[in-house]
Design a protein around this ligand. Sequence first.
Ligand code: CU1
Length: 528
Amino acid sequence: MSTTATAVEGEHHHHGPAKGIGRWLFATNHKDIGTMYLWTALAMFFLGGAFAMVIRMELFQPGLQLVNPDWFNRMFTMHGLVMVFGAIMPAWVGFANWQIPLMIGAPDMAMPRMNLLSYWLLPVALLVLVSTFFMEGNAPAFGWTFYAPLSTTFAPDTADFFIFGVHLLGISSIMGAINVIATIVNLRAPGMTLMKMPMFVWTWLITAFLLIAVMPVLAGVVTMMLTDRNFGTAFFDASGGGDPLMFQHIFWFFGHPEVYIMILPSFGVVSQILPTFARKPLFGYASMVYATGAIAFLSFIVWGHHMFATGLPLAGELYFMYATMLIAVPTGVKIFNWAATMWRGSMTFEAPMLFSIAFVFLFTIGGLTGLMMAMGPADMQYHSTYFIVAHFHYTLVPGAVFALMAGTYYWLPIWCGRMYDEKLAKIHFWLSAISVNVLFFPQHFVGLAGMPRRVPDYPLQFADFNMIISIGGFVYGLSQLMFVYIVVKAIRSGKPTPDQVWEGAKGLEWELPNPLPFHTHTTPPRVD
Ligand code: CU1
């Protein structure tokens, strides 16, 4: 066959792993690409965190002291965009790259070079987004939801760079999702049937379908913005026959599933970790799979709950209310299963377990406030207050971020072949768990008392709580520096990972073969 010669020739070009920077620039190995995703996400976590620190410093006391209102708007806009698209989503893609091939017994991702392209589009897109700070007109200030007409008629020219950045991020995400699906569908080891797959793989498979379904919707809405802004269309402009509310419908058709894109992999990670440290198999595996699928399906048909205050028709409001409340059913199944997994288990409380247990408790708080907001008439009161901010930060910080921390401590020994310092990790956990509640719990109170979100200043009555919130924010932010220290320390001087990383994983079917040296290239020679 004619491909044989090419294959042999190809081998010459791939004689051993590339050295120096080339190893990273031209990486096609799922581990190297996963590593790049994870470091990029961590850097963006701190950039988004820096914006959050500015926000909390400004709100530390009433009155304007640090930034003017325009800068404040830029800060919360970029905070949201960087955290969602730069930190949480790429971090999960990093996890997917590292873990999915290992967990299903695949040699690599199905399309290694597309994988490389997916990755490199990411820093380019983030650079496009962040470089708007240095352009005339300055960075976008229309919130991460960039509602029209604020983002169309009333935004500076840098909004076009924002649109370009979102397109690039979308292409990167879609290609990443295609790769995940192709890998799981085609490259499972013999015997790895779908219903034997580890929960992390299942949740990522479903996440990938969500991404493919809604990232084009996001691309569509920013394209409509682009043509509204530059080519005389009036999709969102009532004076030209359009409708600004249509923006919200399209945006939230993307936006609500997007929330689950960030949280489903968390469900997967926690479903791996709880059994290991409870020394029991996951309770209700099949129901976990079906619950994940049900949540994903429901996520497409509830977007109107973001729009109760726009004056939906009564029938529409009732529909979105009941559909949204339905999500509590599969979510309840999951929480029950996690509790039942721990029930009468012989639990130990290493850092991954601590973060996972905190996830179960604190994500549930976010779920319950979500249920409160799902009630249309009540939402008219909560709408656009700090109560909303409290709600979604509970789902995304002690939700997604805690699961990312749990997963990192759990799998770092496999990723770098070395153990982290358990004592420091426990301190990191307790600092994070306490400060995250000091940071976000009182936001429920100021929200219910009527403090609006996205404001740089507030009346005196909110001063005490805001100071407490800010202190919680500073402690939480500083504590995450400890995480970097622990990870770097493990990589540089951690004890070598033992044959059995987690004693509790013994006998559980998703136990991984290890230790896998950091620089091992398991990819077989390519024959394309
Ligand atoms: Cu939603």
